[in-house]
Unconditional design. Structure first.
Length: 400
C-alpha cells in the first residue's frame, strides 16, 4: 500500500524516485537553474580572486595554526569559515543541484518559495560548515602535537600520507555506499522528508538531512583539502568533478572504488617519498639550514655575498623575507630576485614572490606565505644586471 502523498506533490508521485525523470519536471524552473549555476560560478570566481589576492595564504588551513584565542584568532576563524563556505558552494552545491531543483519545482506555487529554497540550502551548508569546524579543531590539535613532538615535526609528511590512505579506504566501505545511494535518489529523498505542513522548519530539516547523507558520502574526499591546502584550485576542481559524477551520473557509483584505489596508492607513494626524503631533494643547492625563530645568516655564491633574513619566522603571521646582495664589497643594485617557498612536510604546492629593492642591494617582501609550522624550502632565483642567473636555497623551520 502506498503512503500518503506529501502536500504539493500532485503530479509527481508517479515518477521514479531517482535522478531519471527529474529534469522534465524542472524545465519550468530554467531561470532558477541559471541562478543556481551563477551562484556556483560566483563562488569559484571568489575563490580564484581570493587565491591571487594578498590574502591568498589564508585560504590554506595552516594559516590559522598557532594563534591563541583572541581577536586575531576570531578574525582568522572568520577567514576559515568564509573560505570553507565558498568551497562548499563551489564544490558541493553542484552535486546536490538535482535535489535543490526538484524541491524548487515542488514548492514553486507557494508564496514563500524563495525562502523555502534558501532554508533548504542553509540547512545543507550548515552541516558542511559544522563538519569544517570539527575538522579544523582536529587539525589544530594535530599541528600542536607536531610542534611539541620532535619526531612528528621532522616527519609531518605522515599526516598527509595518512589522510590520503584513510580517504581511499573509506571509498570501499558500506557506509559510503549507503549514503551515496541516498544522494543518488533526490526525488525519493524529498518525497520521504517533505510534507509541507511546517514548511519553514521542514525545508531547513530537509536540507540538513540531505547534508548529513552528503557528508557521510563525501567527508573523506573533502578532508583531503586539509592535506593539500584549501587554496589548491586544481584539487578542488578534481574532487568536485569526482563527487558530482558519483552522485549524478548513471555509472557514477562504479567510480568510487577506482578513486579509492588511486588515493590509497597516492598515500603509499607519499609515505615512500617521506621515508626516502624525496621532498627535500629538489633543494639540492641548500646553503643553510635555519630556524626556528628569527633568522639572519650569511651565504656565499662565488664572488657574491648574500645576507638572508626572515622575521619573525612564524606561521600564521606576516613574515618579512629579505636578501642583501653584495659583490666585491659593493651592493648589487637592480637585480631581479624571486623567492619560491615550498612546504616540505605536506603537499601544499609552491608560492613564488618577487622581492622588491627597498635600499641599495637590499631586496625584501612581506608575505603571509608561511601558513603552517614545519620545514620550508626557500629557493632564491637571483639575476644580477648583465650577469648570469644563479639559485640559492635555504631550508627553514618555521615555528607555530
Amino acid at each position: 500500500m502506498s503512503g500518503p502523498t506529501p502536500t504539493g506533490v500532485a503530479g509527481v508521485a508517479g515518477h521514479p524516485a531517482g535522478t531519471l525523470g527529474l529534469w522534465p519536471q524542472v524545465r519550468a524552473g530554467r531561470l532558477f537553474l541559471a541562478l543556481m549555476v551563477a551562484l556556483v560560478a560566483l563562488a569559484w570566481l571568489g575563490l580564484v580572486v581570493w587565491k591571487w589576492s594578498p590574502y591568498g595564504g589564508y585560504l590554506n588551513h595552516g594559516a590559522h595554526h598557532g594563534t591563541q584565542f583572541s581577536g586575531a584568532h576570531l578574525q582568522l576563524l572568520g577567514f576559515f569559515v568564509a573560505a570553507w563556505t565558498l568551497m562548499t558552494v563551489a564544490m558541493m552545491l553542484p552535486t546536490s543541484l538535482p535535489l535543490v531543483a526538484f524541491f524548487q519545482s515542488l514548492v514553486r506555487e507557494r508564496s514563500e518559495r524563495a525562502r523555502l529554497v534558501a532554508l533548504l540550502v542553509t540547512g545543507y551548508l550548515g552541516v558542511w560548515i559544522a563538519f569544517a569546524l570539527v575538522a579544523h579543531s582536529g587539525e589544530q590539535a594535530i599541528q600542536a602535537a607536531v610542534d611539541r613532538n620532535g619526531w612528528m615535526g621532522a616527519n609531518a609528511w605522515v599526516i598527509g600520507a595518512s589522510t590520503f590512505v584513510v580517504a581511499g579506504v573509506y571509498q570501499f566501505t558500506g557506509l559510503k555506499y549507503r549514503c551515496l545511494d541516498k544522494c543518488r535518489s533526490p526525488v525519493g529523498f524529498v518525497l520521504a522528508h517533505w510534507r509541507g505542513r511546517r514548511e519553514g522548519f521542514e525545508a531547513l530539516r530537509l536540507g540538513a538531512h540531505h547534508g548529513i547523507f552528503c557528508l557521510g558520502c563525501c567527508w573523506s574526499l573533502m578532508l583531503l583539502m586539509f592535506a593539500v591546502g584549501a587554496g589548491n584550485l586544481g584539487w578542488m576542481l578534481a574532487l568536485a568533478a569526482v563527487m558530482a559524477t558519483e552522485k549524478n551520473v548513471s555509472w557514477g557509483r562504479r567510480l568510487s572504488a577506482p578513486v579509492g584505489l588511486v588515493l590509497v596508492v597516492s598515500g603509499i607513494a607519499l609515505a615512500i617519498a617521506g621515508f626516502a626524503g624525496a621532498e627535500t631533494q629538489q633543494f639540492g643547492n641548500v646553503r643553510a639550514i635555519v630556524g626556528p625563530g628569527p633568522v639572519t645568516t650569511s651565504l656565499r655564491h662565488g664572488a657574491y655575498r648574500l645576507e638572508f633574513g626572515i622575521q619573525p619566522n612564524r606561521a600564521s603571521v606576516p613574515n618579512t623575507v629579505a636578501l642583501r646582495i653584495g659583490r666585491a664589497g659593493r651592493p648589487v643594485v637592480g637585480a631581479d630576485i624571486t623567492a619560491t617557498l615550498t612546504m616540505l612536510d605536506m603537499s601544499m604546492g609552491s608560492q613564488t614572490y618577487h622581492l622588491g629593492e627597498s635600499a641599495a642591494g637590499l631586496y625584501r617582501i612581506s608575505t603571509p606565505a608561511l601558513v603552517m609550522s614545519g620545514r620550508w624550502g626557500i629557493s632564491f632565483q637571483v639575476r644580477p644586471p648583465r650577469r648570469s642567473r644563479f639559485d640559492v636555497a635555504v631550508l627553514d623551520h618555521a615555528s607555530g
